[in-house]
Design a protein around this ligand. Structure first.
Ligand code: XMP
Ligand code: MG
Length: 175
């Protein structure tokens, strides 16, 4: 595909990472876990990850992003809230990529205030160099440089989410 400059993580590599993360998560918890996917980017990763978690889990979704184009505005809104109450629950937030950290620092605060027993984050990717606020990321798949990546749930203007790999988007596409 000419819009993809480079494939960073193939489907096999992502799936192997999901197995590793799933095993760690399984070992770290006892009992029920509420797995919260952040729409829409987390969906393909979460679908793979939850199959590797050997615990009684409940899944739910939130849409909180205000991400448009290739820059993060820093404004966070809840577009779709959870179906379940988080009070007293162990919560695992699943995200596609952490960039400035604004989305997840906001979200963890919200869920803390609602009385979650514990909150951890599992993100397929992280861009540590772009961080504006600290977020405690216990489970991370891969660290990437400051390039715009798409695939495996990640998009550019809603496209490329269905690619079965993580790749770098060619600059020509958004220049
Ligand atoms: P913050 O800055 O709040 O943003 O950590 C997290 C959200 O930004 C989106 N994001 C990307 N999406 N390719 C994408 O498709 C990228 O390289 C990228 N970097 C950040 C992502 O939606 C995430 O939820
Ligand atoms: Mg997202």
């Amino acid at each position: 595909m000419k819009e993809i400059e480079e494939i960073l993580y193939s489907e096999e590599v992502v799936m192997q990472k999901c197995r590793e993360l799933g095993e760690r998560i399984t070992a770290d918890y006892e009992g029920e876990l509420l797995v919260v996917g952040i729409l829409k980017g987390a969906v393909p990763f979460m679908a793979e990850l939850i199959k590797r978690i050997d615990l009684p889990i409940i899944i739910d979704f939130m849409d909180v992003s205000s991400y448009e184009g290739t820059t993060t505005s820093g404004e966070v809104r809840i577009l779709k809230d959870l179906e379940f109450r988080v009070e007293g629950r162990d919560v695992l937030i699943v995200e596609d990529i952490i960039d400035t950290g604004l989305t997840l620092s906001y979200l963890t605060e919200v869920l803390k205030k609602r009385g979650a027993k514990s909150i951890e984050i599992c993100s397929l990717l992280t861009k540590p160099k772009r961080r504006k606020v600290f977020v405690d990321t216990k489970y991370v798949g891969f660290e990437v440089d400051d390039k715009f990546v798409v695939g495996y749930g990640m998009d550019y203007n809603e496209k490329y989410r269905n690619l079965p790999f993580v790749g770098i988007l060619s600059e020509e596409v958004y220049k």
